[in-house]
Design a protein around this ligand. Structure first.
Ligand SMILES: *Cc1c(COP(=O)(O)O)cnc(C)c1O
Length: 364
């Protein structure tokens, strides 16, 4: 059977390996498995969120409120924007998909960092757009600007902090950069880890309100999958001018978020204490990873997120290391597919990190 030609260029996204797969493949007891591969919050979500979800279980037979008013109002309040400047997606992934489909086609170019979130390229390929990448590992906004002038992309993605490297761009540099971009180019600022960056260094904190009140051509993305501990609920959001949000809405399927997910996300916004507590612990534990790397003479990228990228030495192969860890029930992310001899490790709970250090000691 022939399929849409754009599919030929798409490689299926490889998600972090689930615990269930390690149980099946290696016969390891699920309780023995530690997953530090998908940047989830190891402390889970607030108990208040669990309570809210339990309370709405009886509403499962009904479609959710398609206006998503409660969650939009919560986000509008949190970020001091209007509800019509917010769109909710099944993960911020879905908002990326809406944005690419809304703005790009087979004549378009999309400009992204050399190493960045793999889904930008996949969505670009959905519509047959050409992907242009910068050369350097970290976001180099001068290089972005030169490529912008050369290619006039329809969309520019800035991922800050960046996944899978963990580095972050100064907010002032992002503002200066966007000021030089014409208003026909959509600039997408992916802030999936912004809660972490804001906690660590206020100079990295990009405020959606400042972005959208200064620029009409910016879409800010956030998610409940990382700091809020709701990866399994699939809720993300976009914040932008009403013009952009209206365009994205045309691509949204009805009821794209479940009733339970809406409840969970709304309740999560109400318990910032829990989120801040888990961010604090994550950075405390991060110091142990940095000390481990220093002691081993391994280079790492300073991280503004809940993960750390360890760049292995020449004699150590990241795929071999990730495989050996997996066989012992420790799931981390091998970055060989990104052209890096590195592993990305989500900072876990203290006892999970103990386990990582004990296993990694013998391997790297
Ligand atoms: C995790 C992640 C997302 C999206 O996650 P969702 O679960 O779809 O909300 C988006 N961008 C980056 C950089 C991420 O790491």
């Amino acid at each position: 059977m022939r399929f849409n030609k754009t599919l030929d260029a798409i490689k299926v996204y490889e998600a972090g390996k689930p615990i269930e797969l390690v149980v099946r493949e290696f016969g390891i007891d699920s309780k023995e498995i530690v997953k530090l591969a998908s940047n989830e919050n190891p402390y889970g979500c607030s108990p208040k969120v669990q309570e809210a979800v339990r309370g709405s279980v009886e509403n499962m037979a009904r479609y959710p409120d398609d206006s998503m008013y409660g969650l939009k109002a919560g986000l509008a309040k949190r970020f001091d924007v209007k509800t019509h400047e917010v769109i909710i997606g099944a993960g911020s992934d879905q908002v990326i998909e809406f944005a690419v489909h809304a703005k790009a086609d087979s004549e378009s170019k999309i400009l992204i960092n050399s190493i960045t979130f793999a889904m930008y390229e996949i969505y670009a390929r959905h519509v047959g757009a050409e992907v242009i990448r910068t050369a350097s590992r970290e976001h180099d906004l001068d290089a972005f600007y030169a490529l912008y002038l050369e290619h006039r992309p329809a969309i520019i993605f800035l991922c800050t902090p960046n996944n899978p490297t963990g580095d972050s761009i100064d907010a002032s540099a992002v503002m200066e950069f966007i000021a030089k971009i014409d208003s026909e180019t959509l600039v997408i600022v992916d802030g999936a880890y912004m809660e972490y960056a804001r906690y660590k260094d206020s100079a990295k904190a990009l405020e959606p309100k400042t972005l959208i009140s200064t620029f009409d051509n910016v879409l800010y993305l956030g998610t409940f999958s990382k700091a809020y501990g709701l990866g399994g609920m699939r809720v993300g959001y976009g914040i932008a001018s009403q013009e952009i949000i209206t365009a994205l809405y045309k691509l949204r399927p009805p009821f794209n978020i479940t009733t339970l997910s809406l409840e969970a996300a709304s309740a999560a916004l109400e318990d910032d204490t829990f989120v801040q507590m888990s961010i604090k612990k994550s950075f405390e534990e991060m110091e142990r990873y940095e000390a481990f790397a220093d002691a081993k003479g391994i280079r790492f990228i300073e991280s503004y997120t809940n993960f750390i990228t360890l760049c292995l030495g020449e004699g150590t192969d990241s795929t071999v290391v990730a495989d050996a860890l997996l066989r012992q029930g420790m799931i981390v992310r091998d970055l060989a597919g990104y052209g890096l001899n590195a592993i990305r490790v989500t900072v876990g709970r203290p006892e999970e990190n103990d386990r990582f250090f004990a296993l990694a000691e013998a391997l790297i």
